[in-house]
Design a binder for this molecule. Structure first.
Ligand SMILES: NC(=O)c1ccc[n+]([C@@H]2O[C@H](COP(=O)([O-])OP(=O)(O)OC[C@H]3O[C@@H](n4cnc5c(N)ncnc54)[C@H](OP(=O)(O)O)[C@@H]3O)[C@@H](O)[C@H]2O)c1
Length: 389
């Protein structure tokens, strides 16, 4: 029987990975590090999160295999009680670290405290489990964007570069991966690097409406219809179900231990800003896309937004502007040779963007970009629309 210590299960990707671990590994127990004042409140948070991806019956059937460890990456010893730490050292066999602070607007010290020092604490705990002779693996969820401002094709084995990063999030994830490679090379670490994760390919469901959803929201509401970006900029996006399927599969057994895997569309599946803009236009209507260079937008247009636009429209434009616009200027391409080969026999591969983008847009419209809950399955579909205000 495996006992996995898992972080980040209250988050978007973590809940999908945990659901697959619970479904595909009938003997496995998941001990989940959850930010909460006590176990009871932690369990409530955990079950609320898993209820988004498991049916009521599924959840009832797996609940006894879940244990909650109240904790926090920012606290000494991860905030674990002495009793919980002892239990972890005497029982846990695998660690999957998915938690991170994914905000792009933190200052670098805060991002490092959560993402670098948080990873160090997890790796230290994993080392203590290894000292007990029990650690089978440490799976670590990074990001393909450790490649930062590189614009070439990045191989899965590569990390070190001097190109710089778009924000403190990318830099802190880079430093965390470097830390694991340099200071914890004695541990059985496998690194997963997803690109931009979007909603489920079958339902569109997501809890994160940032990044690529930002310009779509502006366009759909008719707030800003000129595309901020270069039409030729590559955008690598993958649905959450692909990423979670891949991580759950590659973190089983010994075969893929020690690898680094881009979970990305790759050179063949990547789309461009121009293609995305056209798909958006076809769905939401409007004329042929016009473009404005990101630096021109930031320099000349955004200050005008501050002067002449108010309310939610201004908040949304401002919120995304500084942090998402760099991703529409230029991006690396992520090589996927290792991950494609490793996932081939399991038939796990990212779907083509064209085949699921409308489902993502449908979900945005149905939930008004996260402002109203999705319809329960099976109810008659009305004709939901996004509000312009
Ligand atoms: N989303 C993407 O496009 C994307 C792309 C590439 C890689 N990734 C990586 O995927 C992983 C998951 O991202 P996500 O999109 O699922 O983010 P998310 O929805 O924001 O979830 C983040 C998770 O981390 C937990 N967490 C944050 N700070 C913590 C702390 N101090 N102590 C304990 N737990 C903490 C959160 O707990 P609370 O519920 O308590 O906040 C939540 O469970 C991250 O490692 C991220 O770098 C994401």
């Amino acid at each position: 029987m495996s006992i996995s210590l898992v972080t980040g299960v209250t988050g978007f990707l973590g809940r999908h990975i945990a659901a697959r671990m619970l479904r595909n590994r009938p003997q496995a127990q998941l001990w989940c590090l959850v930010r909460a004042e006590d176990e009871g409140r932690g369990r409530e948070r955990l079950l609320r999160s898993l209820a988004k991806v498991l049916s009521e019956q599924e959840l009832a059937a797996v609940e006894h295999r879940l244990k909650v460890l109240p904790g926090d990456l920012c606290l000494d010893s991860l905030g674990l009680s002495d009793d919980h730490r002892k239990e972890v050292l005497s029982a846990v066999t695998e660690v999957l670290h998915c938690a991170a602070d994914v905000r792009f607007n933190q200052d670098l010290d805060d991002a490092r405290a959560r993402n670098v020092e948080g990873s160090r604490k997890i790796a230290e705990l994993a080392r203590s489990i290894a000292a007990e002779g029990r650690l089978a693996r440490l799976d670590w969820v990074g990001t393909a964007f450790v490649a930062g401002l590189r614009r070439d094709c990045v191989l899965e084995g590569e990390l070190v570069h001097a190109a710089g990063w778009k924000n403190s999030y990318e830099q802190s994830k880079y430093e965390a991966e470097q830390l694991l490679r340099e200071e914890y090379s004695d541990l059985p670490v496998t690194v997963f690097r997803p690109s931009v994760i979007v909603g489920e390919s079958s339902t569109g469901a997501t809890s994160n409406f940032g990044m690529l959803y930002w310009p779509v929201q502006l366009y759909a509401r008719g707030w800003w219809r000129t595309v901020v970006g270069r039409p030729e900029t590559p955008v690598d996006m993958v649905p959450v179900d692909y990423v979670a399927d891949a991580i759950e599969y590659l973190s089983r057994g010994q075969q893929h231990l020690g690898g680094t895997f881009h979970l990305a569309a790759g050179p063949e599946g990547v789309v461009t800003i121009g293609e995305l803009a056209e798909l958006c236009r076809q769905y939401f209507g409007g004329g042929a896309p016009r473009y404005i260079a990101p630096d021109t937008f930031m320099r000349w247009i955004r200050p005008v937004v501050d002067l002449f636009i108010w309310g939610r429209r201004r908040r949304v434009i401002r919120a995304g502007g500084a942090f998402f616009v760099p991703y529409f200027d230029g991006n690396p391409i992520f090589d996927v040779t290792e991950s494609s080969a490793a996932l081939k026999s399991a038939g796990i591969k990212p779907p083509r963007v064209r085949d699921y983008i409308e489902v993502l847009f449908d979900y945005c419209v149905e939930t008004d970009f996260g402002r109203r809950p999705p319809k329960p399955p099976g109810r008659a579909q009305g004709a939901p629309s996004v509000s312009a205000a």
